[in-house]
Design a protein around this ligand. Structure first.
Ligand code: MN
Length: 319
C-alpha cells in the first residue's frame, strides 16, 4: 500500500515516550482514510500516541469493502525504502506487481512480504475477475540499520502455521509461537498472530514474552483483551512486561496480535520511505522523481503515484 494522506505528516519514532518497560492497557483509536480513491482504511500506526510496536511502524486495516464496481482497489506504482511491507489477506484478492518482476495474486490466508531495502517500487490492485469483498491488513516493518540498505526482495507465503485451541484458530504470521516458526523472513525479534473464532462465545490465553512490547487490533467483531473490551478500529497498546494474553469473545471476533523487542533505533517515516534523517528522505524522493533508482513496475495499467510535497522544515529525529 501507499500512504494515502494528501499531506502525510512525518513520523519520528522519537516523538513519543520511549516504549514502556511495564504493562500498559491504552486504547488508541485508528484514523480513517481513503486509499486508491474508494477503499476505507483504518490507520492504527503510526499514531500520535504510539509510533512503533517493536519494528512494526505502520498498520492499516482495509475493508471489508465492496470492490465489485469499476476497477476496485487500485494503488499505482510507488516506492518504498528501509522497510518491509507485510500484507495479510482476510477476504478477496489483491494483485501485486513490483520492479523486480514479481506478479503475485494474494488470496485469503496468505501473506506477501516485500523487502524494500535500498529501494523497490510496486503496485497493488484488484484483479479484473475477483470476489466482491476485500479485507486485508497491511503492516510495515522498519529494517534495522545493518539491513536497511539491502537488495530488495519479495516472498509469497501461501501457507502459514496454524494452531487450534479453545475454539480459536491461531495463524502464525511472523515469528515463533505454539512450537512453530513462520516462514516470513524478518530482521528483528517480532511476532504477529491472527486469532479468530467462529464461536459466539469463547475464551483463550496465549503466552507472551515479557521483553516484547505488544499491541492488539480488532479486525472483526469485538473482544475483551487482557480485561479491556475493544472493537474494530481500536488498537490496544499492551506495553512490555506481560507473560500472558487473554482473549474473551462474546459474539465472534478476529484480532491481530503484533509484538516485538522495542526497536532501539530512531527512525524517520515519511510517505512510503523509512530513513534516519531528513536528508535521506529528501534524497529518496529525488531518486523517485528524477531517476530510475526504483525500477519499473511492468503491466500496471495506469500512472505511477507522485509523491506529496515534502513538508517544509522536515527535520531529522533528535538523537
Ligand atoms: Mn506499498
Amino acid at each position: 500500500m501507499s500512504s494515502a494522506e494528501i499531506n502525510p505528516p512525518p513520523s519520528f519514532s522519537s516523538d513519543c515516550p520511549a516504549a514502556a518497560t511495564t504493562p500498559a492497557l491504552r486504547r488508541i483509536e485508528a484514523r480513517e482514510a481513503l486509499l486508491g480513491g474508494s477503499l476505507l482504511i483504518r490507520r492504527a500506526l503510526p499514531n500520535g500516541q504510539k509510533r512503533m510496536i517493536g519494528a512494526w511502524c505502520f498498520l492499516d486495516h482495509a475493508g471489508p469493502a465492496d470492490v465489485s464496481a469499476g476497477g476496485g482497489m487500485r494503488v499505482g506504482p510507488h516506492p518504498h525504502t528501509g522497510l518491509q511491507t507485510f500484507s495479510w489477506l482476510i477476504e478477496g484478492e489483491v494483485l501485486h506487481r513490483d520492479s523486480l518482476g514479481y506478479e503475485q495474486i494474494l488470496r485469503p490466508g496468505q501473506v506477501n512480504l516485500m523487502t524494500a531495502g535500498r529501494g523497490i517500487s510496486h503496485s497493488e490492485e484488484s484483479p479484473d475477475v475477483r470476489p466482491d469483498s476485500l479485507q486485508l491488513a497491511q503492516l510495515w516493518i522498519a529494517l534495522p540499520d545493518a539491513k536497511r540498505h539491502c537488495e530488495p526482495a519479495f516472498e509469497h507465503h501461501p501457507v502459514l502455521p496454524k494452531h487450534d485451541q479453545d475454539g480459536f484458530t491461531l495463524t502464525l504470521l511472523v515469528g515463533e509461537a505454539f512450537s512453530e516458526k513462520s516462514p516470513a523472513k524478518v530482521y528483528s525479534p517480532l511476532v504477529a498472530i491472527d486469532i479468530t473464532t467462529d464461536l459466539a462465545e469463547a475464551k483463550t490465553a496465549l503466552p507472551l514474552r515479557p521483553e516484547f512490547e505488544y499491541g492488539v487490533l480488532v479486525l472483526e467483531g469485538s473482544a475483551t483483551v487482557c480485561g479491556e473490551l475493544v472493537e474494530v478500529g481500536t488498537l490496544l497498546d499492551l506495553g512490555c512486561g506481560r507473560t500472558e494474553l487473554t482473549v474473551n469473545v462474546a459474539r465472534g471476533a478476529r484480532v491481530l496480535l503484533i509484538g516485538g523487542e522495542p526497536f532501539d533505533e530512531e527512525i524517520l517515516l515519511w510517505w512510503n520511505y523509512v530513513g534516519r534523517t531528513a536528508e535521506e528522505i529528501s534524497e529518496y524522493d529525488r531518486l523517485w522523481n528524477e531517476t530510475d533508482h526504483f525500477g519499473e513496475v511492468k503491466n500496471f495499467d495506469g500512472t505511477r503515484l507522485p509523491s506529496p510535497p515534502i513538508p517544509v522544515g522536515l527535520k531529522s529525529p533528535v538523537k
